[in-house]
Design a protein around this ligand. Structure first.
Ligand SMILES: [Zn+2]
Length: 312
């Protein structure tokens, strides 16, 4: 039995049609863990629409300033899908939301989302986020919105919206490969130093596990397990949300065909549609740095079965 099977916790399935809520499948985890690819594939499932890192992108003043293109290739100000939704979010709310989702604010946000908390303090941001999801659901007629914003704090905000039914897919990847991936500039994404990447890997993964407290379903998926059996894992993920595994004619072994999607943020691989090879690289930090990565990511390495004694 794989770890993703062991840690999968589902508290019941339903659909938008059955309970009137908007089903949001939120992909959480650290950057360069394969979340953009997973979101694009999920966006090909009938009834699912991938909006990329919309919750994070639209409500973060720093990311907005970098003006990454939409997955359709257009600037956001001219993308037919996003331009009106962006205009509907006032600048002061973007600033307020940017403060709310800082990782250091996560504990207070988690308490606010509990029974004794006061989410009313966040109401304007929650209303704007809810309206974004509502507009996507209305315009696409989708059954499930796939949001790959990764930051667990944005998922907590989504969980505070009464009409959102939150499902969490937590994706982890071997930190050696994450560190190696961030060491290189990739299109419009800058390279980042190892110490920063390890801090992100730790905090985003640890805090993503706290989302079990607020989500309708939670699944932990190692990217390496996904690459080994893409269709099986996709079936498990979609069944968590809609109760059954829809057909996936766009997948053939480790090859897939994707259409053009209006997904925000993410890595530049998202641009355009076409054929995708589902692979993992064998990159690692290398040399003595491997020891440092092992030392600084233990014991999560043990928890996610990435120690050398485990297959990955
Ligand atoms: Zn677009």
């Amino acid at each position: 039995m794989s770890q993703s099977d062991v840690l999968q916790e589902t508290q019941g399935q339903s659909t938008q049609a059955q309970n009137g809520k908007i089903a949001v499948l939120y992909i959480a985890g650290s950057g360069r863990s394969g979340t953009t690819l997973l979101a694009r594939l999920l966006g090909e499932v009938e009834g699912f629409v991938n909006i990329g890192e919309a919750a994070r992108y639209l409500f973060d003043v720093n990311i907005r300033a970098r003006d990454f293109p939409c997955g359709c290739g257009s600037a956001l100000s001219s993308c037919s899908f996003w331009k009106d939704k962006i205009r509907a979010i006032p600048a002061n709310l973007v600033q307020q939301a940017s403060e709310l989702v800082r990782i250091r604010k996560f504990p207070s946000l988690l308490m606010a989302s509990g029974h004794s908390g006061n989410p009313e303090a966040y109401r304007p941001v929650l209303d704007a986020l809810a309206e974004m999801y509502r507009a996507v659901a209305r315009e696409t007629g989708c059954r499930v919105i796939v949001d790959s914003s990764k930051n667990p704090a944005n998922a907590l905000l989504a969980s505070l919206i009464p009409e959102v039914e939150l499902h969490v897919l937590h994706v982890v990847r071997n930190p050696h490969r994450v560190v190696a991936s961030w060491a290189k500039k990739k299109g419009y994404l800058k390279a980042h130093p190892r110490r920063k990447v390890i801090a992100w890997w730790w905090s985003f993964n640890l805090l993503s596990e706290a989302l079990k407290l607020r989500a309708r379903s939670y699944r932990l998926l190692r990217y390496e397990d996904f690459v080994r059996e893409p269709e099986k894992r996709m079936q498990e993920i979609t069944a968590d949300v809609v109760g059954t595994a829809p057909a996936m004619p766009f997948l053939n072994g480790t090859e897939a065909r994707v259409q053009l999607q209006h997904d925000l943020g993410g890595n530049p691989d998202k641009l355009g549609g076409g054929r995708i090879n589902i692979v993992d690289t064998s990159d690692s930090a290398g040399g003595s740095r491997n020891w440092l990565v092992n030392l600084t990511t233990f014991p999560l390495l043990l928890r996610y079965q990435y120690l050398p004694s485990h297959r990955s």
